[in-house]
Design a binder for this molecule. Structure first.
Ligand code: NAP
Ligand code: ZN
Length: 360
């Protein structure tokens, strides 16, 4: 087991942590490393609450190292730069997502796909090279290796841009992989209208596609169409609507956080269509063979994005003015927000106002 602190971890930081799977998020004082030659220090302004945070807090996946300081949708301002850092300066508006370190040597790291490095370490609940456990963005400052930091475009507000660092890039990369950036006019489905799903709808519309939301929540239909721009809305528990939707979509993104069968979703794809799964339920999902083989359909996964893709996504969002619909909360409302997220009661992302400041 790695050490929780190492000799150069001398900076005292105030944050919020869960200490066990039944507990609540409480204030937590801990140490971070001093700013190294490759590091930047960041004053955290905002941090989104991703459903992954909830999975980790509850130890849904059985891999949580407590105390866990969650948070990987971070925006903030640079306060210090190491001597090797050339692309950031003090005062820069930056973002940090899921990635904290990778081996930098394997084929994936060398080809800007370090999110698939088998030694990847995450912004929280990871083990950094010095043996310390990483702590995330539910904290007032962060020390990050500059290779895992991106610039936030000037026109994007720091609060509504924060969820782009995970939710945004996680839906951007499978869209890019399925050629949705360069070939408009496709029929795209988004299953689950939550944090990831609502950004997926906005991006797919900005890229010129016809978008269908597949949801368990009939109450989201009006907003999906009027606010987010979706063209159609299918209630997944409505058999008639699901029947009518059969063989209509080219690509579907599944962002659902809970266990469900992929069979009915696959039926909505045209022959040769692709289902990209990004949701990460704690139990295996059912994958029946008939809808797979009768439609020659493919199912694939996607794990966040590389740093190059993350910067590309931020720039694309800057260009199209894509931001997230957020409910801004104070740190003492985190537990209430997590309860509401667990009940699927958020439109569409909670963002913690860490610095307690007004917009930059
Ligand atoms: P979220 O905001 O809670 O959204 C999930 C949506 O799934 C809900 O809004 C709901 O949409 C739908 N849903 C919830 N319970 C359901 C159920 N029992 N049956 C069917 N649909 C249900 O969560 P999120 O932050 O977008 O994250 C979604 C998932 O992606 C999580 O598992 C998270 O860990 C994972 N994730 C993966 C990556 C990656 O790299 N692959 C990155 C980030 C997050 P409707 O109300 O519309 O049905
Ligand atoms: Zn996330």
């Amino acid at each position: 087991m790695a050490l929780e602190t190492t000799p150069n971890h001398t900076q005292t930081v105030a944050g919020w942590a869960a200490h066990d799977s039944f507990g609540k998020i409480v204030p937590y004082i801990f140490k971070r490393r001093v700013n190294g030659v490759n590091d930047v220090s960041i004053k955290v302004m905002y941090c989104g609450i991703c459903h992954t945070d909830l999975h980790f807090i509850n130890n849904d996946w059985g891999i949580t190292m407590y105390p866990v300081v969650p948070g990987h949708e971070i925006t903030g301002v640079i306060t210090k730069v190491g001597s090797n850092v050339k692309n950031f300066k003090i005062g820069d508006r930056v973002g940090v997502g899921c990635l904290a370190a990778s081996c930098l040597e394997c084929e994936f790291c060398k080809n800007s796909q370090e999110n698939y490095c088998d030694q990847i370490q995450f912004t929280y609940n990871g083990i950094f090279w010095d043996g310390s456990i990483t702590y995330g963005g539910y904290s007032d400052m962060l020390v990050a290796d500059h290779r895992y930091v991106v610039h936030v475009p000037d026109n994007l507000p720091m609060d509504t841009a924060a969820p782009l660092l995970c939710a945004g890039v996680t839906v951007f990369t499978p869209m890019k992989d399925c050629q949705l950036l360069e070939s408009p006019g496709k029929k795209v489905g988004v299953v689950g209208l939550g944090g990831l799903g609502h950004v997926a709808v906005k991006m797919a519309k900005a890229f010129g596609h016809n978008v269908t939301v597949i949801s368990t929540s009939p109450s989201k239909e009006n907003e999906a169409k009027q606010r987010l721009g979706a063209d159609s809305f299918i209630v997944s528990t409505n058999d008639e609507q699901m029947q009518r939707g059969k063989r209509t979509l080219d690509v579907i993104l599944d962002t659902v956080s809970a266990q469900h069968s992929l069979g009915p979703v696959l039926e909505l794809l045209k022959v040769n269509g692709t289902l990209a799964v990004v949701g990460a339920p704690d139990r295996p999902m059912e994958l029946p063979s008939f809808p797979l083989i009768f439609g020659k359909r493919s199912v694939k996964g996607s794990m966040t994005g590389s740093m190059k893709e993350t910067q590309e996504m931020m720039d694309v969002c800057g260009k199209h003015n894509i931001t997230c619909d957020v409910e801004l909360i104070k740190p003492d409302q985190i537990n209430q927000a997590l309860d509401r997220l667990a009940r699927n009661d958020v439109r569409y992302r909670f963002v913690i106002d860490i610095a307690g400041s007004s917009k930059l």
